[in-house]
Write a protein of this length. Sequence first.
Length: 390
Amino acid sequence: MEEPVAGGALLDAVRVRLAETGAEPTPARVAAALRSQGRLLGDSAVLRVVEALRSELVGTGPLEPLLADPAVTDVLVTSPEEVWVDRGGGLERTRVRFTDAAAVRRLAQRLATSAGRRLDDARPWVDARLPDGTRLHAVLPPVAVGCTALSLRVVRPRAFGLAELMAAGTVPPGGDRLLRAMLDARLSFLVSGGTGSGKSTLLSSLLGLVGPQERIVLAEDSSELRPDHPHVVRLEARPANQEGVGRVGLRDLVRQALRMRPDRLVVGEVRGSEVTDLLIALNTGHEGGCCTLHANAAADVPARLEALAATAGLDRAALHSQLAAALDVIVHLVRDRAGCRRIAEIHVLERDGEGLVATVPAARWSADGFVAQRGRQRLERLCARGGVRG
Ligand SMILES: Nc1ncnc2c1ncn2[C@@H]1O[C@H](COP(=O)(O)OP(=O)(O)O)[C@@H](O)[C@H]1O
Ligand SMILES: [Mg+2]
């Protein structure tokens, strides 16, 4: 006969009991705690309670099997009955369930604690990196209506090699030659695309092409780039502590990185005033640097950078003059309807009569290889001469 399974209320009672004594949920202790609740359960039911409680205390609890799947990139919890994953082909709902909304909250809080951060009513959201590199985002109710909203983004420690990106169709046949030429010529480049279009992944792979004698210094809001390269220094921003001090922003990191003798200055994702520091660096002897930027089209990049530079007080004309001399190439990624990520276009930059920078397509993705566009000659000239400006 199937033994009764301990319900949410009973689990809670056991939890409270164990929390009072600060004890680990061993079978003997759980059985004792159950007895104290006037419940006698058989061995297997006790063990199930032990398992349920253990998985709350260690790891990611019920999400563990999802995160263990190497294909899973994102795990999203919207309610105790709604757990979603992305295995690379868009979101899918899973069968994983939490006992109740309180269990989701407890997991989020425990994960935040393991990242050395606080998550409570006074600070109802957290954006942090777990010790294994997984990125955690959580918002507690009532800000998240109904249930704690939990998002985990898995960082796979291994970078995709260029060959794998070609096999996946991200880089078209023969496209690796162009990318290698860009890297060899130490062109400064920006990888653009929408959220999840594979910008960071491509940037990481491209950094694997950097010569082994070069020193790469990474500045990131949340460390995720793992280039396959022998000489990488990784810097990560951090929020203010509970007293509101000690914040280290991306801008601080870029400034420090410049003093660390980088051959390649890399800003994981430009999303604020640090853009001005990066452009200045690229203009003052730090060519070969690179970054990613959220933009829906390569042609939108100058306007996006303008908006970011404005937050640092840099006006339009100044931004465009910096940009023209700082950046050589834009590599734009898209994620098509089937969920495949690919390099849609490669653009170069051109200044018009008024000194404003516009992007010019140089190559377009096709199943047979990159198709040359108007800016192709300029791109080839840049590759041949090595990051020549103007
Ligand atoms: N070319 C690709 N083919 C298959 N999966 C990819 C590819 N590029 C990225 N991914 C996966 O998609 C997810 C999002 O990629 P990421 O590089 O973080 O995107 P972005 O930086 O644009 O937000 C990652 O988990 C990554 O493993
Ligand atoms: Mg990214």
